[in-house]
Design a binder for this molecule. Structure first.
Ligand code: AMP
Ligand code: TRP
Length: 336
């Protein structure tokens, strides 16, 4: 039986944090053996916000190395850079021409990021979800494991695919409609400095997040300083205690303990007792990832060979889909 296909990606903008890890990569790793997986570093997406050309390639290698360090296995998965496969850009143009402008203007992430970019909002930022749709549709992905913030982009991807199939490929649909794969826990990790806001790479305060490559000392310091409340006794239930829920969830996921075990262990604890437990669990969880990361980064030749073979395997699938799309749209094909 052929395995279903998974595609996902992360932007090489800055360091990855435990929100990216718990919301996204951890789920890729956990389910990878059940699927045929394509994991890309979405470097074309990274230039939709002002970026530094000097660090783009560096950050891209870092993300690819972190994929490997977190446990992506090359037996089940291929890892590649989005910009190495021209079909992503080409399909984006073709899909632009079937995507209504107002669908893009309604995207929450666009509205939020447009406010940040102020007067200099570029067309790429608006078009970002069409590029993401192209990433997914090129590989005929069945499942797309992402954090909760990407749910709307997945719905848009399905809408674009459906519209294309309806307009140009009624007899035999060109695109498969993908499904989002969103975990129950960790799909939305909150900031350490404000439990009502998402942990984010772009938060100006580094204290708001734990990065996968933070040292043990820094993790300890960040957890020591993180926002809590005045109550004693920790529970998952209290809706008016966002920090409490977030930190307990982090503890559960980092320690690998079951929810019930965490409930029993923490229900009578004060913050002063809980914080060292969370720090320890986080440091221990990230330690092997950091060791593997440095190992991979010290062998650039190996990393490049992974990316080269990822590119070659991905291109086979992507080019096939692109050819079908162009045929459906009526582009001429020259033989020879
Ligand atoms: P990005 O950093 O925007 O490229 O996001 C990469 C992946 O991490 C996507 O699947 C996001 O949904 C996920 N992600 C980002 N921030 C968080 C967060 N705070 N909690 C859970 N998942 C997240
Ligand atoms: N937009 C996603 C994010 O910000 C990143 C992304 C780009 C992606 N292309 C993708 C995720 C394709 C899943 C599949 O997190």
């Amino acid at each position: 039986m052929t395995k279903k296909r998974v595609l996902s990606g992360i932007q090489p903008t800055g360091n990855l944090h435990i929100g990216n890890y718990l919301g996204s990569i951890r789920n890729w790793v956990e389910h990878q053996h059940n699927y045929e997986n394509y994991f890309c570093v979405v470097d074309l997406h990274a230039i939709t916000a002002p970026h530094d050309p000097q660090t783009l390639a560096e950050n891209s290698y870092t993300i690819a190395a972190l994929y490997l360090a977190c446990g992506i296995s090359l037996e089940d998965s291929c890892i590649f850079f989005q910009s190495h496969i021209p079909a992503h850009s080409e399909l984006t143009w073709l899909l632009n021409c079937v995507t209504p402008l107002n669908w893009l203007q309604d995207m929450i992430q666009f509205k939020e990021k447009a406010i940040k970019q102020g007067e200099n909002v570029n067309v790429g930022l608006l078009d970002y979800p069409v590029l993401m749709a192209a990433d997914i549709l090129l590989y005929q992905a069945d499942k797309v494991p992402v954090g909760e913030d990407q749910k709307q982009h997945l719905e848009l991807t399905r809408d674009i695919a459906g519209r294309f199939n309806h307009q140009y490929a009624k007899q035999s649909p060109v695109f498969k409609l993908p499904e989002a794969l969103i975990q129950a826990d960790g799909a939305r990790v909150m900031s350490l400095t404000d439990g009502t806001r998402k942990m984010s790479k772009s938060d100006p305060s580094d204290l708001s997040r734990i990065n996968l490559l933070d040292s043990a000392d820094l993790i300890q310091k960040k957890i020591k300083k993180c926002k809590t409340d005045l109550e004693r006794g920790l529970t998952f239930e209290a809706i008016d205690r966002p920090e409490c829920r977030n930190l307990l969830t982090l503890y559960m996921l980092m320690s690998g303990k079951s929810k019930q075990t965490v409930v029993n262990e923490c229900q009578d604890l004060g913050w002063g007792q809980f914080k060292p437990l969370l720090a320890e669990a986080t440091i221990e969880h990230l330690r092997p990832i950091q060791v593997k990361y440095h190992e991979v980064m010290s062998d650039k030749t190996y990393l490049e060979s992974v990316l080269r073979s990822g590119r070659d395997r991905a291109a086979l699938i992507a080019d096939r889909t692109l050819a079908e799309v162009k045929a459906a749209l009526g582009f001429s094909i020259l033989n020879g």
